[in-house]
Design a protein around this ligand. Structure first.
Ligand SMILES: [Zn+2]
Length: 152
């Protein structure tokens, strides 16, 4: 990625639409499984080896912080697609890219297909059919190695 010389527009322009898409399409996929907190940790560490996975029991929302490299998971959120959604937030720097923008969607589609929750083709097709923006160059981006490089 080129260095950023202009301040990006960080408005979270497709948040509501993307949540609806996830509920209607991604969360209904048969390989979107319910997980224990330990299974969530294992899954999260596959794609971000240093992420801190916090027990968000009692919280209403699942959450993630790129800066603090952590995700928080209430009980209801412990399922493949939501864990990957939160992990994707820890791979896309929210200082430079909109929270649920095209880059984020690209990274998440990449993670979902690695866990066989849809394929890159099927998920990208569904995203485009829902008129959401996706940057396909982020599907196979090095966001993972950026975050995991200290370990190699
Ligand atoms: Zn999100």
């Amino acid at each position: 990625m080129a260095p950023h010389s202009v301040k990006p527009n960080l408005r979270d322009f497709q948040r509501t639409k993307f949540y609806r898409f996830e509920e209607a399409v991604i969360q209904r996929h048969p390989l979107n499984q319910l997980l224990s907190l330990d299974q969530c940790r294992v899954l999260a560490h596959k794609y971000n080896a240093t992420v801190l996975v916090k027990d968000g029991r009692g919280r209403r929302h699942a959450g993630a912080s790129y800066e603090d490299n952590l995700i928080t998971l209430p009980r209801w959120s412990r399922q493949t697609s939501i864990v990957l959604h939160e992990v994707a937030h820890t791979l896309v720097d929210s200082q430079y890219y909109p929270h649920h923008g095209a880059e984020f969607v690209g990274v998440l589609i990449g993670l979902l297909s690695r866990e066989l929750v849809g394929t890159v083709e099927s998920n990208t097709g569904a995203v485009l059919a829902a008129r959401l923006k996706i940057d396909i160059s982020w599907i196979v981006s090095d966001a993972f190695s950026q975050r995991n490089k200290t370990l190699r």
